[in-house]
Write a protein that binds this ligand. Structure first.
Ligand code: ZN
Length: 414
């Protein structure tokens, strides 16, 4: 059966959803449980029902559209929340291509041996309390304290946001019990980087997803007059950070090539041009596709941070904010996705994902795979985020055929 997606319909869906939460700065602002997100949720529910799928929402606000069948569930999806003033394709592509695939399966009356479920997970972007709220709830991985007492990145109590959006802490913590027995999860996503475009290849078959370690840190020294305190008597907290940022990056680049480390945010205190910084608060984040490298970087960087503190007469403090493990995609999924690329005569290449995705959380419950399409100019999480419709059509076709392969009788090909 030479089954393909209806790209015009998929394009219309993406453009319709992209109009919900339009930001005057040019992008889309649709963080989970915002007014725009609640509107988008109703839109998605209607689309799933119109497609003939059996709709449900769990206690964490994860939305599902199901094609019922005996046997385990083959799930495909992503997320529809965005970062503030983000793009209209990150996440939306994966949910709406999965929806389009389910429609085509119904229209062509493809015989299934397993249930197929389209999924849209809440707050993948981590605007509320840590990344992957919805998929972590789905997996039963949430920290109760974080849900009941945590504050969102906007500074308000998470429980207040929940109340306003019509959800409850108990509902979120109980979401796991609605999880069906899963056979596999597949997610189509924009690459969010420049590799596929550089290589001129339309499909990326993700082999590994990087893990992430994210900490809130501080160096504490001593403030003093910038004119009267001699350099050798200073305990300048900012110089500690400057030293650490440079040397930790060099260390990762030389000893853990391919891994990355970033200081993304720093605040100097008291923050005056004529006062030596007595304290600097900063974030420290590193990512790697290797669990051994993650552990080694952690050791190396914290030894370095303490050494610098000792040399400069500072105190180093740090608190873990978030930690996810790297994931290796099951070979049966990478193999199957590659076979379908070949059958469709699309070029593909294996690659790693430096960004985190719901797929890596779902990997704790079943084989979990990802299909990437190019991000023009590597732009993502910004108003300039785009897709080439030809690439999207290819990616959605590969997703459709991968779902059919997974949900059909063993060995049956679309
Ligand atoms: Zn995403």
């Amino acid at each position: 059966m030479d089954i393909r997606v209806n790209i015009e319909r998929l394009k219309r869906d993406l453009e319709e959803l992209g109009r919900i939460g339009r930001d005057e700065r040019g992008g889309v602002s649709r963080p989970s449980f915002s007014a725009a997100d609640l509107e988008a949720r109703l839109w998605l529910k209607k689309k799933m029902e119109e497609a003939g799928l059996c709709y449900r929402q769990d206690g964490a606000g994860n939305q599902f559209g199901r094609l019922e069948c005996a046997g385990k569930t083959v799930m495909a999806g992503s997320h529809i929340d965005t970062v503030p003033n983000g793009g209209m394709y990150d996440g939306a592509v994966g949910v709406l291509a999965a929806l389009e695939a389910a429609r085509r399966i119904l229209e062509e009356k493809v015989p299934l041996a397993k249930a197929v479920e389209v999924a849209s997970f809440t707050d993948e972007e981590g605007n509320l309390v840590g990344d992957f709220l919805g998929s972590r709830a789905f997996m039963g991985l949430l920290d109760e304290n974080e849900v009941r007492k945590g504050r969102t990145s906007f500074g308000v109590l998470f429980s207040d946001v929940l109340k306003m959006a019509g959800f409850t802490a108990d509902g979120i913590l109980g979401a796991r019990k609605d999880r069906p027995a899963l056979d596999a999860y597949v997610e189509l996503h924009i690459e969010q980087g420049p590799v596929l475009e550089d290589e001129g290849v339309p499909i990326g078959v993700v082999e590994r997803i990087a893990g992430k370690h994210y900490r809130q840190c501080a160096y504490v020294g001593e403030s003093g007059h910038a004119g009267t305190t001699p350099l050798e008597l200073r305990h300048d907290a900012f110089l500690g950070l400057a030293d650490l940022a440079l040397r930790a990056t060099q260390l990762v680049a030389t000893r853990h090539y391919g891994s990355v480390l970033t200081v993304g945010k720093a605040a100097l205190h008291p923050g005056s041009f004529s006062v030596i910084p007595g304290r600097v608060d900063f974030t420290l984040e590193f990512r790697s596709v290797s669990a051994e490298s993650m552990a080694a970087i952690e050791d190396d960087v914290f030894t370095l941070a303490e050494d610098i503190a000792a040399t400069r007469g500072l105190a180093f403090v740090s608190k873990l904010v978030d930690k996810t493990a790297p994931v290796t995609i099951a070979p049966r999924l990478t193999g199957l996705i590659e076979e379908e690329c070949k059958a469709l005569d699309y070029r593909s290449m294996r690659m790693t994902s430096g960004a985190g995705h719901d797929a890596q959380i779902l990997a704790g419950a079943c084989d979990s795979g990802m299909i990437f399409i190019p991000s023009p100019d590597g732009v993502s999480h910004a108003p300039g985020e785009r897709v080439d419709w030809d690439d999207l059509e290819k990616g959605a076709n590969v997703l459709l055929r991968t779902i059919i392969r997974l949900a059909s009788q063993e060995g049956a090909k679309p």
